[in-house]
Design a protein around this ligand. Structure first.
Ligand SMILES: [Zn+2]
Length: 426
């Protein structure tokens, strides 16, 4: 890599560096996005070499190829740390049912809900799922995301969970995006295992004794995750699955307190999960537990918006309690069919009452921390991977302002162009 020609990014109106400690930021640390003007960025091989006035960089990197940022704003590539991006058919028909007042149970009775995604994914081949996810991730990349987490969890059988994780591995092999795989065999209890207490226990045992060893043997997942929620997985079941996953060498995540406060945040903190996600219904004790630990709170306001809910995660209280907050899309076919991180920044500001700087840190450095890679991505600073996105705006505050819009024009992962338009893919 080091033999390639250095790159100099020049003429940016702002470079949002997010420079600082290579770990999750908390409290007042989230208020500084490290916005710099009159500087350029030098990239050598796959690394950022320097951020400095362009004249100085030109002196040092005399053979560099210059990339004209055309007065746009350069940011660290977004880190979308929570998605369910591998699925079959979209579930658009459920939106009108919800609007008409049908609840989750009624939609499920009419053949919708997560179990319909499970039925559908099981019926599709690895190749078909790969093609569908490939197209969707190209779209995701156009919004300036350079790192994305992808979960399994619509398979809910040994074979179909492995099939999903192999799709994720293939995507990771062919796409320039940085992809972090998560095993979510405990996303739901599959319909065939909901008939009795014994069959339910048998499924949890299957996750622990068959799925986790199989996933670990093929090194298919960096993280394991569980949907801990009233009516889904209990705290005890979640703890058992996460403990087995940790013993198999995986890092931990938890879907916690999305709809009801069931002790998910407390479990995530006590078990040392890298992140606790959702948290719209987190309790005071849960906030306190997260505040005294190292778990990142990953908030997903797009889900609440799409479901028509007015209750959002208490982002301000979490930040005040010293909890590092990340923002992600929760991209999935049922409750958050968006790949637009800029839109999530808008919701971070308008619904969660974050400042723009806090929202930016949440979608870069803290997203990276939620994936255990804050020492590698999330900052435009010397030594970090050259993962950057350029936006056609003059001031970074325009990013959450032009809501729903896509101003990303170019992005780079590991020093290589990765925006689909650069790759001739759009
Ligand atoms: Zn999720």
């Amino acid at each position: 890599m080091s033999s390639s020609q250095p790159l100099l990014f020049v003429n940016a109106s702002q470079v949002v560096t997010c420079e600082g400690p290579a770990r999750a930021r908390r409290g007042a640390e989230m208020s500084d996005a490290g916005i710099r003007t009159n500087v350029g960025v030098a990239v050598v091989g796959d690394r950022i070499a320097a951020v400095a006035p362009v004249m100085e960089l030109r002196d040092v990197y005399r053979t560099a190829k210059e990339i004209d940022c055309r007065n746009g704003v350069l940011l660290p590539g977004f880190v979308d740390s929570h998605t369910h991006g591998v699925f079959g058919r979209p579930r658009f028909e459920e939106q009108e049912m919800r609007a008409a007042g049908l609840d989750y149970m009624e939609i499920a009775r009419r053949g919708g809900g997560i179990h319909s995604s499970v039925r559908d994914l099981r019926s599709k081949s690895e190749d078909v799922l790969f093609e569908l996810a490939y197209e969707r991730l190209l779209r995701l990349a156009t919004f300036g995301t350079t790192t994305v987490e992808l979960k399994s969890g619509y398979g809910l059988s040994v074979e179909d969970e492995l099939k999903t994780l192999r799709v994720i591995r293939r995507l990771s092999d062919v796409l320039p995006l940085r992809i972090v795989p998560t095993f979510l065999g405990a996303h739901e209890i599959p319909l065939e295992s909901r008939t009795s207490t014994e069959s339910r226990k048998a499924y949890v045992d299957l996750v622990i004794h068959e799925m986790i060893p199989a996933v670990a043997a093929e090194r298919l997942a960096r993280f394991a995750d569980v949907f801990c929620e009233t009516g889904v997985y209990t705290v005890d079941e979640s703890r058992a699955v996460l403990t087995a996953a940790r013993n198999a060498g995986m890092l931990l995540k938890l879907h916690a307190d999305e709809l009801t406060s069931s002790g998910g945040a407390e479990l995530a903190a006590s078990i040392g999960a890298t992140s606790a996600d959702h948290l719209a219904a987190v309790s005071d004790d849960g906030i306190k537990a997260l505040g005294s630990g190292s778990t990142v709170a990953t908030l997903l306001p797009g889900t609440m918006l799409f479901l028509g809910k007015t209750k959002h995660a208490p982002a301000r209280r979490l930040i005040e309690a010293g909890v590092p907050v990340a923002l992600a899309t929760d991209f999935n076919p049922g409750t958050s069919p968006t790949t637009n991180v800029s839109l999530v920044l808008t919701l971070g500001v308008s619904q969660l009452h974050l400042s723009v700087a806090e929202a930016l840190i949440a979608a870069t450095v803290n997203g990276a921390a939620a994936l255990g890679i804050a020492n590698e991505v999330g900052q435009i600073a010397a030594g970090f991977s050259a993962d950057m996105s350029l936006f056609d705006i003059r001031d970074v505050r325009e990013l959450p302002y032009w809501y729903g819009d896509n101003r990303c024009v170019v992005s780079y992962t590991r020093g290589k162009a990765c925006h689909p338009s650069d790759l001739g893919l759009t």
